[in-house]
Design a protein around this ligand. Structure first.
Ligand code: PGA
Length: 249
């Protein structure tokens, strides 16, 4: 079983000073006490270079929060996967629910972004998850299944793909899914991954995300088939992110 991956999604937060400082702090901790899990931070695009510089020589990896489907071209305001690789990234988040909701991104687009990421040598972290209305109406697993089937790229395997299960109602709300609900969703995603990718699907890490913090991390990370965490708010504080990393079993 692969080591767990703790990924920080900084979202639209951080200026040059604060971003560099946070990255320096994490890098120093990781250099002096090797973490028992893989660590990744995904700052906003303007911080990729300073954060990458601060992380250099440490075990903390660099990722981005989104990419375009094309490798270059007339796409004002977008960023291409080869640019992210050039900036030192090895992962990129795609299909986050905030992009699905705020930018109308549908499964087919997410799948094309994930494919573009793989073509550039990046590991896409493909996010899926149901809304509260979908869960209360008993459709959570069906929604997750259709997002997995529609959003995943062709290539699987532990280096090529990460999936993140993030119930939309748990993101930034302080509410987390119960362990049985997380276990059920992750088992369903695992079954789909092995059906789609055979053996390569067995190794794909499935992260849980949604209000993960130092108090609930050990429980969340202890659930079967949870291969790590995608952490938003708590990843902006070095102490909290480090405590979550330290909760890996
Ligand atoms: P949160 O965000 O930890 O602040 O809930 C998680 C995410 O959106 O990836």
């Amino acid at each position: 079983m692969a080591r767990k991956l703790i990924a920080g999604n900084w979202k639209m937060n951080g200026l040059e000073g604060t971003g560099r400082e946070l990255a320096r702090d994490l890098a120093a901790r990781a250099r002096s006490a090797a973490p028992g899990c893989d660590l990744l931070v995904c700052p906003p695009a303007q911080l990729l270079f300073p954060v990458g510089e601060a992380l250099a020589g440490s075990p903390v990896q660099l990722g981005a929060q989104d990419c375009h489907t094309e490798p270059s071209g007339a796409h004002t305001g977008d960023i291409a996967a080869p640019m992210l690789a050039d900036a030192g990234c090895n992962h990129v988040i795609v299909g986050h629910s905030e992009r699905r909701a705020n930018h109308g991104e549908a499964d087919a687009l997410v799948r094309n972004k994930a494919t573009a990421a793989q073509a550039a040598g990046l590991t896409p972290i493909v996010c899926v998850g149901e809304t509260e209305a979908e869960r209360t109406s008993g459709q959570a697993l069906a929604v997750i299944e259709s997002q997995v089937r529609g959003s995943l790229p062709d290539g699987g395997g532990s280096e090529a793909l990460v999936v993140a299960y993030e119930p939309v109602w748990a993101i930034g709300t302080g509410r987390t899914a119960t362990s049985p609900d997380i276990a059920e969703a992750h088992a369903h995603i695992r079954a789909l991954l092995t059906a789609i990718h055979d053996d390569a699907g067995r190794d794909v890490r499935i992260l849980y995300g949604g209000s993960v913090n130092p108090d609930n991390a050990a429980e969340n990370l202890g659930v079967a088939e949870v291969g790590g965490a995608l952490v938003g708010g708590a990843s902006l504080k070095a102490d909290d992110f480090w405590a979550i990393a330290g909760s890996c079993p």
